[in-house]
Design a protein around this ligand. Structure first.
Ligand SMILES: Nc1nc2c(c(=O)[nH]1)N[C@@H](CN(C=O)c1ccc(C(=O)N[C@@H](CCC(=O)O)C(=O)O)cc1)CN2
Length: 300
């Protein structure tokens, strides 16, 4: 059997970024507002710093305004909630992103629920979670949807075309990835199974999957023998492991070399789902701005 086709998330994200940039230019040219994205980072986690920096930089590259709020690790929950309230009230801010994870002394749920749902470009507010949870098959995604899951569904639709009737198995039940991916694939008429640490005979369940989405946070957890020949495998994992040279490299939650020999399609790590996260954030920010301007929903 030929090796799996690579799903090139980096290339797809590049195209999406271009389309969002064109959408921003068109909005402004027609007298609409300049989209504004506020990022909020609490603490100094090096990976979070990189992600937040790249979000602000890309927003500016695409013609948006970027407002960066860097708060010290010892910021109190009340102080963070005050920043969110100020951003909710600011008409130049169309999208608010609080980078996760937050320090342990802050209640994440309390912060996410404080964000105006119309500015919730991460799609984590319970109102937006509920919208996704109750969406009809094929209905437009005219509200913010979590960025990584949105990226996963865009990549799958681009690679496979119609997903209707396919068996999708999701490994991992997080609010950030597993559950919203399940809702998006249900909307696309897949038959969806969510698996987790207590699932019995996980390899056998995975072998039923035409689409296997893995977001479990464990290095090379899914082996080649768990994959149905020809399946589409989407690896959401980003694990940094040490190299013998004393450096580090990124690997996913799927044993990539093994998967490549069995699957029909596979996403690499890096360069698969990761780049879609930031591109989809820009997409969500453009859409949030169009909604505030009273413009109809158009997928770009
Ligand atoms: N508020 C949020 N917090 C977090 C989110 C999120 O969507 N909203 N997701 C992740 C982190 N994240 C963005 O915030 C993110 C993760 C990975 C990538 C990415 O491009 N990864 C590259 C590799 C990058 C590297 O070399 O380290 C890839 O996979 O190719 C972008 C954004 C948690 N927090």
């Amino acid at each position: 059997m030929a090796d799996a086709k690579l799903i090139d998330g980096k290339a797809f994200a590049g195209g999406l970024r271009q389309r969002v940039g064109a959408g921003v230019a068109d909005l402004i040219a027609k007298g609409g507002p300049k989209p504004g994205l506020a990022t909020v980072l609490v603490g100094a986690d090096p990976a979070s710093q990189v992600y937040v920096r790249s979000k602000g930089k890309l927003a500016v590259e695409l013609g948006m305004a970027s407002f960066d709020h860097q708060l010290p690790e010892n910021t109190t929950e009340a102080e963070l909630l005050a920043v969110v309230a100020q951003l909710n009230a600011d008409p130049t801010v169309n999208g608010i992103l609080v980078q996760l994870p937050l320090p342990r002394h802050i209640d994440t749920a309390k912060v996410l629920i404080a964000i105006d749902p119309a500015k919730d470009v991460d799609g984590f507010h319970p109102v937006n979670v509920g919208r996704l949870g109750s969406i009809a098959p094929g209905a437009p995604l005219d509200f913010p949807v979590p960025c990584t899951p949105l990226g996963v569904s865009m990549l799958l639709q681009d690679a496979l075309g119609s997903l209707s009737g396919l068996n999708a198995v999701i490994v991992g039940r997080s609010n950030l990835v597993g559950r919203p991916v399940a809702q998006l694939l249900l909307r696309a008429d897949c038959t969806v199974t969510i698996t987790h640490s207590r699932t019995r005979d996980l390899p056998a369940v995975c072998r039923q999957a035409d689409i296997l989405v893995v977001a479990i946070g464990k290095t090379e957890f899914v082996k080649g023998g768990w994959i149905k020949p020809g399946a589409a495998v989407v690896d959401v994992g980003i694990n940094r492991i040490p190299t013998p040279e004393g450096k580090s490299r990124l690997v996913g939650d799927v044993a990539f070399a093994e998967a490549q020999k069995v699957a029909g399609y596979v996403t690499p790590v890096p360069g698969g789902v990761g780049p879609m996260t930031v591109a989809c954030l820009m997409y969500n920010t453009l859409q949030a701005t169009r909604r505030v301007a009273g413009l109809p929903f158009v997928a770009v």
